[in-house]
Design a protein around this ligand. Structure first.
Ligand code: PNS
Length: 191
């Protein structure tokens, strides 16, 4: 059975990755499909997001990465998939996801939505949370794959330099984050 895991993935987080890994054990093939949404201004282009997902899932042979526009069920049918895979973090997700699943069911009775409960450690995690932390100079190393963290740090360091060409202490810290491990930054944490 083929499953589509549709989403914005701007950017992919460890929560998404956890779901992809677990989905890949349940289904013959999982296609991670990035929505091309002209109504949103994403941090990363569709190509960048696909590349980030490809690098993050390179160890999973039955996972493919693609992009689509229009209705998810149409894309699923085009891929001959039977399942839409979605994660549930909390009750708040459930309301939105249930509405989406019901809507999709009215569009195609052939496609089933399968929900996986997000692993506890990622129940708070979203792409928006990651971007907010990074925008204010916080560390996101524990929330996204390392190469994605690097992309995000570079993105915000660049934005900060463009909007404020005068280097501040915060800008300097932001730039130094990807090359330093937490232990190098905070040697007092060493046990
Ligand atoms: O990662 P996201 O932003 O929560 O993903 C939402 C997504 C892409 C799954 C949803 O917006 C979607 O399926 N959009 C495509 C349009 C569509 O099929 N709409 C009908 C279902 S509401």
């Amino acid at each position: 059975m083929i499953a589509i895991y549709p989403g914005s993935f701007d950017p992919i987080t460890l929560g998404h990755l956890d779901l992809i890994q677990r989905g890949s054990r349940l289904f013959e093939k999982v296609i991670v499909a990035v929505l091309r949404n002209p109504n949103k201004t994403p941090l990363f282009s569709v190509q960048q997001r696909q590349q980030q997902i490809r690098l993050s899932t390179a160890h999973l042979p039955n996972v493919e990465v693609d992009s689509f526009d229009g209705l998810t069920v149409n894309y699923a049918q085009m891929q001959q998939a039977q399942v839409l895979l979605r994660g549930l973090r909390a009750v708040s997700d459930f309301e939105v996801e249930l509405q989406m699943a019901h809507t999709n069911k009215t569009l195609s009775t052939q496609i089933e939505t399968v929900f996986l409960a997000t692993s506890n450690e990622y129940s708070f995690l979203s792409s928006s949370v990651v971007k907010e932390i990074a925008r204010f100079g916080g560390s996101i190393d524990h929330l996204v794959p390392p190469h994605v963290a690097l992309d995000i740090y570079q993105c915000y360091a660049h934005q900060q330099t463009v909007s404020n060409p005068i280097k501040t202490e915060a800008t300097q810290n932001l730039r130094s984050l990807p090359t330093q491990t937490p232990m190098e930054t905070f040697p007092e944490w060493e046990v």
